[in-house]
Each structure stands twice: as structure tokens, then as C-alpha cells.
Design a protein around this ligand. Structure first.
Ligand code: 6MZ
Length: 348
């Protein structure tokens, strides 16, 4: 890669809005976790998809199960979040990060869902107290495969933390294996989330079979869409879906390497980033799972620029416009805009 371009993207201030905590655990951290739990017999080749490698989406979801075995105590969550993931994003010039994670209960270790969220919040607070130059917020995730009841309980938990976390919990994420579960069954939980003021980012149309569900969930409407790979007519979506997204101006979180390595998109040049960018629709470049897909946000920006022939100035604008799409309040947006203005002379 061109060293000068690499430096530009590394230094470019960035906003990361789509990062799953356990998918963001880098190989270095995985090695540490493996060292702490040798009895699990896990090698790091089981948790990261290297350069040039591809997996089916189903295989990617097997990877998360392996990582979950390694991260199953409050101590692990704190170490992974505070010592590694947040710090790595900060070192990559990410100035604002919305982390998302599915609260888990682990009978063996006594981990509870409430304890899980509290620990992530503690990690964010630790980084804040230390003065790390990154503003981190949290989205509580619903894993779609767990059904209506669990979704409802997750919303109730998220609602509690929305009120008690000093603004750190800002919303809800709907994720999980898109080929499993049923979006319609989750609608009451999502409506409740909306009514209690939780901002919502929903994984929609990550695979082609989700047309009907996407149509239904777009009526909420969500505040942002994760992936949206199969929304547009050229790939089997529909103009109706596109119109709904445009009408409500719902930003898209786009994760190039994740989609190519997970094989829902055949190549970088065929990524739907192009479609939405050409429409001038708010599109935010994100990593999804930087550990599992062996990437980082600088690399994703650089890949988008080189694949679609975009200038440094265009990429700067893209990173700046991402500020409009964050879930934190207007005052935070103003602070970030100021930060971008202050940093601009160093890059151009
Ligand atoms: C859908 C995904 C995902 O929650 O344990 N997750 N859901 N599509 C994707 N595209 C590849 N990547 C990650 O992080 C891991 C969890 O995030 C969701 C899955 O539910 C996965 O188990 P947490 O921190």
C-alpha cells in the first residue's frame, strides 16, 4: 500500500458506528485470552480471517461462538474492552466510537446480563477517566436468534441503563445470524425500545432472503441501518425499500471487508457503498468486526478510496459527515465538529 495514503488514513479523525465488541478483539488480545484459558484448546487461527481468506457467513458466526468461550467473565470483558478494543480504536484516530455487544449470562462464571453491561460501562468510564482521546458510547445488542422474550428483556435492560448510565448507553442494536430468527416476532420489543427513547440501529437485508422482514422493520423506522446489502433492486431488493430509506434519510453503516470476507458481496468493487455514495445518501464506513476480519477503520477508509477512486478531500468529508449520524446528543456533535476543524490543517 502507498505509505503516504496509509499515513493520511491513519491520521484522519474517524467515527466508528458499527463495531461488535467481541468481533473487534484483535489476534494479540485473543492470544492473551488463550494464555489465560489453555484448557479450551483454542488457536487464534480459529478466531480471525486473514488477508485474502474468505468464509461463509455461517462460518463467521461459528467464530463468534469460539470468542464467547474465551470472554466469559467480567474480568475478561473489562480487559478486552478497556485495555484493548477501545485503546486500539483510539490509536487508529477514532474520536467517537459506538460499541455494541450482546449481554450474556454465563452460568459457569456467574456472569449476568446486567453485570455484563455494567462492566462495559466501567471500561468506557476507565478510558474516559484516563483522558483517552475518544468518546465511547454503548449500544445494547439483541441477538435475533434468541426470540421475542429475550428481546423484550434486553430492551428492558437497555431502558434501565439509558436512564442510569450518564448518557453512555444510547441505543439498541439488532444483530445476529441473519438466516436465523424472525424479525416480525421482534417488532413489539423494537417498538417498545423506540417509545422509551432508545436509538436503534438494525441489521437489515444483510442476506437476500430478508426482503419482507426489512420492509416491515423499515416502517419503525430505525435510526440507522447495518449493512443493507440487498436493499437496492440491482441485487434483488426493490425500489420500494430504497425509497423508504431515502424518505426517512436513514444512514447506512457499511462494512466493506466484512461483507467481502463473509461473502455476501462478491468483491470490493461490487460493494453497495458505490450505490449509496452516488445517491449522496448518508453512508458511514465501519469495521463491523475488526478482529475477526483482520482490519481496522483506517484500512476500510483507504480501501473505499482506492476502490472507488475517491480523493483525500472526499474521504475527509465522509468522515466528517459521519458525525451527523451518531446517537449521542447535539452537544457532542458540536464538540466533534470542532475537533475536525482543529485537526484539518494537520492533514491538508
Ligand atoms: C450480524 C453480527 C455480525 O455481541 O458478543 N455480529 N451480526 N451480522 C454480522 N456480520 C458479520 N457480526 C457480529 O459480538 C459478537 C456478536 O455480534 C453479532 C453476532 O450476534 C455475534 O455473536 P458481541 O460483542
Amino acid at each position: 500500500m502507498d505509505g503516504e495514503a496509509e499515513l493520511f488514513y491513519r491520521q484522519l479523525p474517524k467515527v466508528e458506528l458499527h463495531a461488535h465488541l467481541n468481533g473487534s478483539v484483535s489476534v494479540r488480545t485473543i492470544d492473551r485470552l488463550i494464555g489465560r484459558k489453555p484448557h479450551l484448546n483454542i488457536q487464534h487461527s480459529m478466531t480471525a480471517i486473514g488477508k485474502g481468506q474468505r468464509r461463509t457467513l455461517d462460518e463467521c458466526f461459528q467464530v463468534f461462538k469460539v470468542i464467547h468461550q474465551l470472554v466469559d467473565t467480567e474480568e475478561d470483558i473489562l480487559m478486552v474492552s478497556a485495555d484493548h478494543v477501545i485503546r486500539e480504536f483510539a490509536a487508529d484516530s477514532v474520536k467517537y466510537l459506538e460499541l455494541r455487544s450482546t449481554p450474556r449470562e454465563e452460568k459457569n462464571t456467574g456472569l449476568t446480563k446486567k453485570g455484563y453491561i455494567e462492566t462495559v460501562i466501567r471500561a468506557i468510564q476507565l478510558c474516559k477517566d484516563e483522558g483517552l482521546d475518544i468518546d465511547v458510547r454503548f449500544l445494547v445488542a439483541i441477538d435475533r436468534r434468541n426470540g421475542t422474550q429475550v428481546a423484550m428483556e434486553t430492551v428492558a435492560l437497555a431502558e434501565q441503563f439509558l436512564l442510569s448510565s450518564d448518557g453512555l448507553v444510547v441505543g439498541l442494536d439488532l444483530s445476529g445470524d441473519p438466516t436465523v430468527g424472525n424479525g416480525k416476532a421482534l417488532l413489539p420489543a423494537l417498538e417498545r425500545a423506540k417509545n422509551c427513547g432508545l436509538k436503534m440501529s438494525l441489521h437489515l437485508s444483510e442476506v437476500q432472503s430478508q426482503l419482507e422482514e426489512t420492509d416491515l422493520l423499515l416502517n419503525l423506522p430505525p435510526n440507522r441501518i447495518g449493512h443493507g446489502t440487498f436493499l437496492h433492486p440491482e441485487v434483488g431488493g426493490s425500489q420500494n425499500l430504497v425509497d423508504k430509506v431515502l424518505k426517512n434519510s436513514i444512514p447506512l453503516e457499511l462494512c466493506l471487508t466484512s461483507n467481502v470476507k463473509g461473502q455476501t458481496v462478491p468483491s470490493y468493487s461490487q460493494h453497495h457503498f458505490k450505490y449509496w455514495y452516488q445517491l449522496g445518501h448518508p453512508s458511514v464506513i465501519c469495521t463491523d468486526d475488526k478482529g475477526v476480519f483482520s482490519t481496522d477503520l483506517s484500512q476500510e477508509y483507504q480501501l473505499a478510496a482506492s476502490t472507488f477512486g475517491l480523493s483525500h478531500a472526499a474521504m475527509w468529508k465522509l468522515s466528517q459527515q459521519a458525525i451527523d449520524c451518531i446517537f449521542a446528543p447535539e452537544t457532542v456533535k458540536q464538540q466533534l465538529r470542532q475537533k475536525w476543524t482543529d485537526l484539518q490543517p494537520q492533514l491538508f
